[in-house]
Structures are given as structure tokens and as C-alpha cells.
Design a protein around this ligand. Sequence first.
Ligand code: BG6
Length: 318
Amino acid sequence: MSSTSSGEMVYVEHTAGVHGLPKIILREVRGCSAEVYLYGAQVTSWKNEHGEELLFLSSKAIFKPPKAIRGGIPICFPQFGIQGSLEQHGFARNRFWIVDPDPPPFPTITSNKAFVDLILQCSEEDVKIWPHRFEFRLRITLGPGGDLMLTSRIRNTSTDGKLLAFTFAYHTYFAVTDVSEVRVEGLETLDYLDNLKNRERFTEQGDAITFEAEVDKIYLSTPTKIAIIDHERKRTFVLRKDGLPDAVVWNPWDKKAKAIPDLGDADYKHMLCVEAACVEKPIVLKPGEEWKGRQELSAVPSSYCSGQLDPQKALQSE
Ligand code: BG6
């Protein structure tokens, strides 16, 4: 259902997804859409006005808690990776979130109609494995032009003076035609921690980031704009971020893909994770303090750049 019986557009639809899990569909007038599961507050689909899927979802994704959904945009919180006391990437991606009944107002007034406010509050079970009190509010918005915006607001709700320290990532799986034909711009010459080498620090060499083997890197002090250029599809994804200094780039390649049970053997060719993150230096909040971290995605035809796949030009032509 995308319109009411009187023909009015339904911007936000509450429905059921795989295995009856609650799902929210956001739609915009031009025909673009996004789907969000309350399980993990996970975006699992983002389509442009032609109905083309822009996010990768594994052909073997398991929609059964407590397993996280493989694909889309999992939220890594309160721990990115294995550094810490929790399971890999923390627990936000395998908790049921609820629709926020009373979201505090956003400082900027927008005319967007396709958005949903979700909240994750720590349960007593969570406090047992991670002794902290927090409130995590997430607004997911589909802009009229099809841009997908995620804004996280995390507050330390401790009443006993305890600091809240966490790491974070929007673990975005971009759908690409063939990862070996993809180039990432914006991370050249930066320092990174290599997850494949015990997080040893290196400096990126060369003028373009391309892919021909497994990669698992945490780029540090990254710019607020990163472009992912899919040469074969002539599409450029532009990732803009705020409050998230790092950027993780991950592709398991063939061997590791085979060892991941919920990833198809050849799926690695059609995905690339570029993740707006805060990993190297954890965010630390005093009681009552709030942190905000935002990621905005847009997808533009690379042909806008008159034959040159230059993301700067793609941005100017928006
Ligand atoms: C990436 C990490 O962000 O996520 C990788 O850098 C990890 O090290 C990958 O393998 C997938 O993690 P998971 O827990 O979803 O299989």
C-alpha cells in the first residue's frame, strides 16, 4: 500500500517483514523508498526512484534473532569490532528497538515527511553485560530527492556519576555491480589501522583505493565526504558524515566469504562496506551529556560528470 483509498501518499507504513518481524517502509513522492526493521533498527533496503536497490542484502541473510541481519545498515554500538568486553560490534544490532513515542525536537526544522524515530533503552539484561545507562535515539529520514539520512543521539542517563564510553559505526553495505571495478575517493594518503594485521597503523599510498583482495581497514581522521564509484553501473554513492571521524572499509573477498554462514559464496563481489565510524578514540559522555552522529547517503549517476567519474563534479551537479 503506497497510497490511501483517497489517493494520498503514505510516507510511513508500518508492516511485517521476513518471519513477521515488524518493518517500516518510508516512501517519497518520486518513488524512492527505504525499509527499516525494528530488530536492530536496521535499514535493509534503500531504492531510488527507478526501484533499483542501492544497499546490499545477503542472499543468505537470516532474519531470526539473536542473529544480526547481514546487509543494509547494521548499527555497531556500544562497541565496534572485538575490542572490548562485548560480542563483536556490540548489541544494538540484535535488540528490538521501539518507535520513539516522544522524540525531543531536532534543532533544524525540515519539511521531510518520510521519517521514523526509534529508540533503544538499556534493559536490565543489557546492564548486566554492560554496566551503563543510556538512551539511544535514531531518526531515519528519506529526503524528497531520495537521500537517506541517519541521525543518532546517544545520551548518558547515569544517575551515579558514571561516564559513558563507546565506539560506534553505521556498518553500511553498498550494493555494487563488481567490487573489483569500484573506486573509493576521499581516503587516499590517510593513516589507517589494519584489522588484518592486529590493528597496526599504516599510511595509504597511491592515488585511488581499489579492490583486488580482502580488506578490513579503519581509516583515521577522514573527511566529511567520501565517494564510492561503481564504474560498471556508472553510479556514485556520496557518503557525508558528521561526528564520526573514522571510516571502516571492509570486504571479506572469496575465502572469508565462504566462512561466513549467512553470506553467499559470490556475494562479496556485489558488496562493499564503507562505514562512518568512531573507533580509534571512544566517545566519552558525562552524565546528562548527549552525542550526535550523522550519516547521509546519496546516489547519483556518474554520467552526470560528463564522462569523468569525479565525485566532486557529481556533488556540484546535484
Ligand atoms: C567489519 C569489521 O566492520 O565488519 C570486520 O571491520 C568484520 O572485521 C565485519 O569481519 C563483519 O562483522 P560481522 O560481525 O557482521 O560478521
